[in-house]
Design a protein around this ligand. Structure first.
Ligand code: NAD
Length: 517
């Protein structure tokens, strides 16, 4: 083990989470299969090999599906508030292991320790939300048009829910899905990103502990490991009525087609190309904080990261200077060290995409005003540390229209009124998160109106990144249209049934149709 892992308590965390000395897939219960190819997890923090995990073979997958299908028959019969009690215990276990899991997230994925802790906090929050929800899975009651009839709707669990998740939120996105699916009476099979498999095993171990303590089958929460080929076992599987997939738009298009071909349901959470509009009435200090955190937080690897700043020409130079100056304060380095603001990218492929974006923007006619570059030398041995960059660009540049998952911020200028900025903001394929910085009520309301932002998330005087679990989370257009987390997102994890009961001795037909025998 490297000095970093020793100095920052990583070994202790791995031990506590049951992922120390993971060798070719040894894990608890269900996942103790080791026939498949080996998946190695290297930390982008220091380039060290953290562990090896076996990928799930088709035979293993069948065993997992068998366990999940059997577990569903038990779990669905448990009253929803009792399922909520299990989720409450799971939330408590997460509270106990918050620091350890936050550290593993930081070490395996590369986000700051604070953001790692934030992810675990999000898991705990969604558990609390789901516990309350377990007593509120309401359907409506309607008035029947026929005398002596009662009509209402109720929600039943769907069955096995497949979860495919991305590397950048290696634990929270799973929890958003599972906490809701579990209280709804579904069981889950999760394929985490092949880039963060140990986070998956750690979460599985925590869930397994809770199910074991309650004499419930571990099959309620299943884990499979591997890349897109393993994901395809689920997308093609007619035993899985719902696939919740988080990742790139490219992946979402493939998943959507596979699942639609068998008329399954998919919940898609895909790429974003998020912008902040900065109007002449913006508070510049707030704008700088929101824009810089949005662009460099998680090293620009959030689906909601700020990629475009659309600035009014009258304040363009002022904002450009203020944001560029703020970039000079950024400390780049080991994300476990809390004095650093920016950690590494996930791997060297991501570094290449970042470099490519900076080359492309110049080729398209843009100007890099805060130089990027890959950091080398002591502390940067993994080769994944890059300098957050800023480029002046035009909205129509191909590279600006594309989501580069790295800390590259494009400055775009608008003139005239806020409608012109909204048009630029909407004129991309993605529709996840958007924001306006303004103290002008008319501008804010126009941004939120029917002809305003076309995104799933639209904020006023807040940046694009960082969402609370209480609201439904997701986006439109190439972001996939899915909604997860709060509000009524739970409904996607259930099937709706309309029930009509006749308590008379007559059989009147709807719409007054006569059928006399
Ligand atoms: P990715 O698309 O490369 O992989 C995501 C997951 O999909 C992985 O588990 C991968 O193995 C799996 N996968 C890929 N192709 C598949 C296929 N054909 N069938 C089944 N599974 C398949 O994404 P990534 O690089 O891990 O994550 C970054 C992307 O995720 C960015 O585009 C980001 O915006 C997006 N993201 C979106 C949200 C959101 O809520 N909208 C949240 C997090 C990340």
């Amino acid at each position: 083990m490297s000095t970093i892992s020793a100095n920052f308590g990583i070994e202790k965390a791995l031990n506590l989470l049951g992922v120390k000395n993971i060798n070719e897939g040894t894990s608890t219960g269900l996942n103790n299969f080791s026939a498949g190819d080996v998946l190695e997890s290297y930390s982008p923090v220091d380039g060290q090999l953290i562990g090896k995990v076996a990928t799930t073979t088709k035979d293993d997958y069948e065993k997992v599906m068998d366990a999940a299908t059997k577990a569903f028959k038990i779990w669905r019969l448990m009253p929803a508030p009792q399922r909520g009690e299990i989720v409450r215990q799971f939330g408590d276990k997460l509270r106990e292991k918050k620091e350890a899991l936050g550290k593993l997230v930081s070490y395996e994925m590369g986000k700051s320790y604070q953001e790692g802790l934030g992810e675990v906090r999000e898991m705990i929050d969604i558990c609390d939300f789901a516990v309350g929800l377990s007593r509120q899975l309401h359907g409506l009651t309607m008035h029947s048009e026929r005398p002596g009839h009662r009509m209402y709707e109720q929600y039943h669990p769907l069955g096995v829910v497949g979860i495919i998740s991305a590397f950048n939120f290696p634990v929270a996105v799973w929890a958003w899905n599972t906490a809701l699916a579990w209280v709804c009476g579904d069981v889950t099979v999760w394929k985490p990103s092949e880039k963060t498999p140990l986070c998956g095993i750690a979460c599985q171990n925590i869930a397994a502990e809770v199910f074991k303590a309650n004499n419930l089958p571990e099959g309620i929460s299943c884990l499979i490991n591997g890349d897109s080929k393993v994901g395809e076992f689920m997308t093609k599987d007619t035993r899985i009525p719902l696939i919740s997939a988080t990742g790139s738009t490219r992946m979402g298009k493939m998943v959507a087609q596979e699942v639609a071909a068998r008329l399954g349901k998919s919940l898609l959470e895909l790429g974003g190309n998020n912008a902040i509009i900065v109007t002449p009435d913006a508070d510049i200090k707030m704008t700088v904080i929101g824009a810089v955190f949005g662009a460099v937080g998680t090293c620009g690897q959030r689906c909601t990261s700020t990629r475009r700043l659309i600035i009014h020409e009258s304040i363009y130079d002022k904002v450009k200077t203020a944001v560029s100056d703020a970039y000079k304060q950024l400390r780049i380095g080991n994300p476990l060290d809390e004095k650093n603001h920016v950690g590494p990218l996930i791997d060297t492929d991501a570094v290449k995409m970042y470099q490519n974006a900076l080359t492309k923007v110049v080729e398209d006619g843009g100007t890099v005003i805060v130089e990027g570059g890959v950091l080398r030398g002591a502390g940067y041995e993994s080769g994944c540390y890059v300098k957050p960059a800023i480029a002046e660009a035009k909205p129509e540049f191909k590279i600006v229209q594309h989501e580069t998952f790295a800390p590259v911020l494009y400055l775009l200028k608008y003139s005239g009124d806020v409608d012109n900025a909204i048009e630029i903001q909407n004129n991309v394929a993605q529709g996840l998160s958007s924001a306006i910085m303004t103290n002008n009520l008319r501008e804010a309301e126009r941004f939120l109106s029917v002809s305003g932002s076309d995104c799933g998330i639209a904020n006023v005087n807040i940046g694009t990144s960082g969402a609370e679990i209480g609201g439904a989370f997701g986006g439109e257009k190439e972001t996939g249209g899915g909604r997860e987390s709060g509000s009524d997102a739970w409904k996607v994890y259930m099937r709706r049934q309309t029930n009509t009961i006749n308590y008379t001795t007559e059989l009147p037909l709807a719409q007054g149709i006569k059928f006399d025998l």
